[in-house]
Design a protein around this ligand. Structure first.
Ligand code: SF4
Ligand code: SF4
Length: 329
């Protein structure tokens, strides 16, 4: 089970990681950024000391432009003074200020893109924050993660091969290399996606890597409800006989509803939560920030956040995961 903490507001990264590590996720997935990783490690050290276990630390990279690595931006001076600010209302991360002289609070934006289509004047742009391939090796040596997730997309095999060559040149021991790919927005079939995954498998095979496959249903839409959950589960069901060897994990639209749509007695190898995991505990993270303390130093808030996180995680931990040992080993 992976809990995403990419592109999150830096002061809350540490508490976010501490919450989800404490309720038992196997892996925390983070932006490949030294400050973010440092904050997460502090939390994982704390959890190991207090709970006696430590999830893996996974960092996310991309072999090209990817929505997971973008931020929204607009110039508030260009906004009409009578705009009702639909961008602010639609933002699930409270990343657009209510102050009309301010725009996107960059540290809070995780790039879901909903504000972009909400602006009636087309004033919001996306900024690509992905890391260039040539910087992969040095970054990996600096961050020394337990695992990597590489985001790829249909039609990007060549870029993927270059990215993997760079990752391998870093010579950093990895417990797992995850490959995240979906078909949303590419107009392709399940069979086409299968071909894409098999080509990645052959590439990784050359390096002796055993991939974990992450099926990206509807990107960053977990907080949108049942429809996203149904789509993600549908993709997993369709791909389980079409994917190359390796654990198959649900992502992209996963939320509290997801587990209800799985066949009885059956489950994927894992599940990744991003936006939903953040959204559930966001009120306490923001309150702790407003108090200028760590959430762990506010017992009532910490307990409430743990209970909220548990509503998402506990049902999955109670479920028998297929190939769970493969992810742990
Ligand atoms: S709606 Fe999404 S993309 Fe826009 S500011 Fe909020 S988090 Fe960022
Ligand atoms: S919706 Fe567009 S015009 Fe209105 S405040 Fe947001 S960015 Fe500005």
């Amino acid at each position: 089970m992976i809990c995403g903490a990419s592109n999150q507001d830096l002061p809350s990264i540490s508490d976010l990681c501490a919450i989800y590590a404490s309720v038992g996720v196997s892996c925390i997935d983070l932006a490949a950024d030294a400050a973010v990783v440092h904050a997460a490690r502090e939390a994982l050290d704390w959890v190991e000391e207090h709970k006696g276990f430590r999830p893996w630390l996974m960092i996310s990279l991309s072999d090209g432009k990817d929505a997971h690595f973008r931020k929204a931006w607009f110039d508030p001076k260009r906004c009409p003074s009578d705009c009702s600010r639909p961008c602010q209302r639609i933002c699930p991360a409270k990343a657009i200020s209510s102050n009309s002289s301010e725009g996107v609070i960059t540290n809070r934006c995780y790039g879901c893109g909903r504000c972009i289509s909400s602006c009636p004047f087309g004033l919001i742009n996306e900024q690509d924050r992905s890391i260039g391939l040539k910087d992969f090796a040095a970054l990996l040596q600096e961050l020394s993660p337990d695992a990597i997730e590489i985001h790829t997309a249909p039609g990007r095999l060549e870029e993927f091969q270059k990215a993997i060559a760079e990752i391998m040149s870093a010579n950093v021991p990895l417990k797992r290399l995850g490959v995240s790919c979906g078909l949303q927005g590419y107009g392709i079939t399940y069979k086409d996606l299968s071909k894409e995954l098999w080509s990645r498998y052959r590439c990784l095979n050359q390096y002796g890597q055993k991939p974990l496959w992450q099926l990206d249903g509807r990107r960053m839409s977990g907080d949108l409800g049942k429809g996203s959950a149904i789509f993600a589960v549908g993709l997993w069901k369709a791909m389980r006989d079409l994917s190359p060897p390796g654990p198959l994990q649900l992502a992209g639209g996963t939320n509290n509803y997801t587990i209800n749509y799985l066949p009885k007695g059956d489950a994927p190898a894992g599940v990744a939560f991003g936006g939903m995991a953040r959204k559930l505990v966001q009120p306490w993270l923001l309150e702790a920030q407003a108090r200028r303390i760590s959430l762990r130093d506010w017992p009532e808030g910490w307990q409430a956040a743990l209970e909220a996180a548990n509503t998402l995680v506990r049902p999955w931990l109670a479920r028998q995961f297929h190939e769970a040992s493969a992810i742990r080993n």
